[in-house]
Design a protein around this ligand. Structure first.
Ligand code: VGL
Ligand code: ZN
Length: 209
């Protein structure tokens, strides 16, 4: 166990599992590998997508728009999603069989009606902080291991922001599943390469964590 390392478990919430409102194909397959590695870390962060009912990322809140349409907002392009992870609903709860570390820290994101947030660090306006970077830095964390859902959205944005904010970043590939919209998994992995984000696996973790 290295006290400078942290595990970030992204959005392993009911709505992203197979029968959820925004189902990631085989999303529940991340739970067993994540449960196997949680105890290797002293610091474990769980992010939760947590939207008000009138959230700007929901297609239902735009007239004449449908799910997966892409619109332009002040802060850039926004994909429109089915209603998901509505605050205080069952769908927004962490998967019931996900192991919760004894010193767990929870981060909610996408909580403002007018801004989405795929990243666990910075919301989509690229300015509003969730406070996670400050929290990690105050604890001396230098290296973050990232896993969860979805590889090509919240996992990737969280990884890219972590790197930009000065952390060494590894994505635990077998503990992630993606949505894969228009080849997005491949596109995001190219960004990881270009930005010095490393990939690893749960099998290798006992040797490096
Ligand atoms: C996510 C789309 C919308 C994710 C969250 O967790 O990857 N994707 N909200
Ligand atoms: Zn969302």
């Amino acid at each position: 166990m290295n006290l400078n390392q942290c595990l970030i478990i992204v959005d392993v919430q009911n709505d992203f599992l197979s029968h959820g409102a925004l189902a990631v194909p085989n999303g529940e397959e991340v739970i067993a590998p994540i449960n196997d590695i949680v105890d290797l870390f002293d610091t474990v962060v769980y992010t939760q997508d947590w939207h008000p009912e009138n959230h700007i990322s929901f297609a239902s809140n735009h007239s004449d728009r449908k799910i997966l349409d892409v619109i332009e907002l002040d802060y850039g392009t926004q994909v429109l999603w089915p209603n998901h992870c509505v605050e205080n609903t069952k769908g927004a709860e962490l998967a019931s069989n996900l192991k919760i570390a004894s010193k767990a820290h929870f981060v909610k994101k996408g909580i403002h009606s007018q801004i989405d947030s795929y990243s666990g660090f910075l919301e989509a306006d690229r300015k509003t902080s969730t406070g996670l970077a400050e929290w990690l830095k105050a604890r001396g964390i230098k290296q973050v291991f990232i896993c969860g859902l979805a590889t090509d959205f919240c996992v990737s944005w969280t990884a890219l922001d972590a790197k930009n904010l000065g952390f060494d970043v590894l994505v635990i590939e077998d503990a992630c599943r993606g949505l894969d919209i228009n080849d997005s998994i491949k596109q995001e992995k190219l960004k990881w390469q270009a930005n010095g984000i490393k990939v690893t696996s749960t099998e290798k973790l006992p040797h490096i964590a």
